[in-house]
Design a protein around this ligand. Structure first.
Ligand code: SF4
Ligand code: SF4
Length: 132
């Protein structure tokens, strides 16, 4: 054990230093590039390949056909041209471990990590997000 007198210079040195910790939650927390928190989804980019579902180690992500599909277009000859299918993403935040494997595997960059980490809820149902 260090003698108290030997600790004194160190204590004095640290008294004059800037605090190493932040005052969160009284001050907004800083996040940095590459920070992994809530996963976000862009439906327009998704092709429904479900690679994200296969790779997710926690079974936290579901890709489902959207209830609202774009209407088919009519070609000049009167035939119907089907539109690209629309998919929704259901994210279970209570299961997600924020590993971002789904982000890395997505071939269309439809998923991304956001810096939104303040996700605590009293009601567990609110941890199930439906991205359309
Ligand atoms: S991996 Fe990407 S494109 Fe494929 S279903 Fe998931 S979000 Fe959609
Ligand atoms: S971040 Fe990891 S745990 Fe969360 S949905 Fe993506 S693959 Fe699953």
């Amino acid at each position: 054990m260090k003698k108290p007198l030997r600790l004194f210079p160190e204590a004095m040195k640290n008294l004059t230093k800037k605090a190493a910790t932040s005052k969160y939650p009284f001050e907004k927390a800083k996040t940095y590039p590459g920070f992994r928190a809530r996963i976000v989804f862009e439906s327009e980019k998704c092709i429904g390949c479900k690679m994200c579902m296969r790779v997710c180690p926690a079974g936290a992500i579901e890709i489902v056909l959207s209830a609202e599909q774009p209407a088919p277009q009519t070609a000049a000859d009167g035939s119907q041209i089907p539109q690209k299918k629309k998919f929704d993403c259901i994210m279970n935040l209570d299961r997600c471990i924020y590993c971002a494997q789904c982000v890395d595997i997505c071939p269309k960059k439809a998923l991304a990590s956001s810096p939104d980490f303040e996700l605590a809820q009293f009601d567990r149902k609110k941890l199930k997000l439906h991205y359309t």
